[in-house]
Design a protein around this ligand. Structure first.
Ligand SMILES: NC(=O)c1ccc[n+]([C@@H]2O[C@H](COP(=O)([O-])OP(=O)(O)OC[C@H]3O[C@@H](n4cnc5c(N)ncnc54)[C@H](OP(=O)(O)O)[C@@H]3O)[C@@H](O)[C@H]2O)c1
Length: 298
């Protein structure tokens, strides 16, 4: 089966390309090689490679910069997804599309189920939700996987930022009133491959009846708790010699100090129970997943 993974240099795409299952002919171009926003070229690239499946990991993921350049975020996360979906529908290409916990308002304190009402609170979340809607309306055979707080041993993410700052600073202030689930791409990638291969217990592998799934590691954390666990894991692996002090700060105070920060949901935990049932297994606790990611860091 030919599979195209978009955004080939992104943190999730790199995990997907590390260990594709057998009998997969994989193409994971970076943005210079395949630009989702270049629709006319994209059509011919799809015709040339002729994939049976596209895993769309490409996205504008800088949440703060999306506030300053909402048009650009929208172009990648919404308009380009709509165009890609139309091309897929016309060519009978299945598409697995990645989306986010930030489509929800995050004002409650219970995990969000896939069919809960969405109400994004920032431009990134709005653009991702619009992308979901365009994809669902396109008629393409699609599966949307929402996840949250992704990190990897590589790329740009909270773990990488913390590692750098923990070496540079003696005191770090970390937001302690936003709760989510840190999710390792090393754990997410095999789940996507399982769904790509149609090893979906009790379901027709060719067609997804439920078009939106939630998948994260298990457990919850604030950014402060995540940072605390990162500090411990880095020290355990001798990657941090002089640990900084960590102090809690509210989102409001953090925004006042840093400016130009996007508003973020206070509680963006996803309820992934249905996915765990559908896949036949639950996910690892985020602390265990973090240990494995740090093990893979150099
Ligand atoms: N990161 C998170 O915490 C998080 C949480 C929930 C959901 N998600 C979703 O999960 C997916 C994967 O996220 P990630 O963290 O792996 O993202 P990432 O590391 O930021 O990678 C995204 C990739 O998309 C590429 N890209 C941007 N615009 C493109 C375009 N027009 N055409 C082709 N490629 C383009 C980027 O290339 P350049 O670097 O060259 O621009 C980058 O390599 C995304 O859909 C994201 O919205 C992420």
């Amino acid at each position: 089966m030919r599979v195209l993974v978009t955004g080939g240099e992104g943190q999730l795409a790199r995990a997907l390309t590390r260990a594709p299952p057998q009998k997969i002919e994989l193409w994971a171009p970076n943005r210079a090689e395949l630009d989702l926003c270049d629709t006319s070229k994209l059509a011919s690239q799809l015709d040339d490679f002729n994939p049976a499946l596209i895993i769309n990991t490409a996205a504008w993921t800088n949440v703060d910069r999306a506030e300053q350049q909402p048009g650009k975020a929208n172009q990648v996360n919404a308009a380009a997804v709509g165009s890609l979906a139309t091309l897929c529908a016309e060519r009978d290409i299945r598409i697995i599309h990645m989306s986010t916990d930030y489509v929800f308002p995050g004002t409650g304190n219970t995990p969000h189920k896939p069919n809960d009402p969405t109400q994004p609170v920032n431009q990134y979340g709005k653009s991702k939700r619009e992308g979901e809607e365009l994809l669902l309306a396109s008629g393409a055979d699609c599966l949307i996987i929402r996840t949250g707080w992704l990190y990897a041993p590589w790329g740009h993410n909270f773990l990488a930022s913390m590692r750098k700052l923990m070496v540079e600073k003696q005191i770090l202030e970390i937001v302690s009133d936003q709760t989510g689930t840190p999710t390792s791409v090393l754990d997410l990638a095999p789940v996507i491959w399982q769904l790509a291969r149609g090893k979906d217990p009790g379901k027709d592998p060719g067609k997804d009846t439920e078009q939106i799934m939630h998948w994260t590691n298990t457990g919850t954390a604030t950014w402060f708790e995540f940072a605390y666990a990162i500090r411990k894991a880095l020290m355990a692996k001798d990657l941090l010699e002089y640990p900084p002090a960590l102090e809690k700060i509210s989102s409001m105070d953090y925004a006042a100090q840093h400016g130009d920060i996007a508003h973020r949901p206070h509680y963006s935990v996803l309820d992934a129970t249905e996915s765990y049932q559908r896949l036949g297994k639950t996910a690892a606790d985020w602390h265990d997943a973090l240990s494995r990611v740090v093990e893979n860091m150099t």
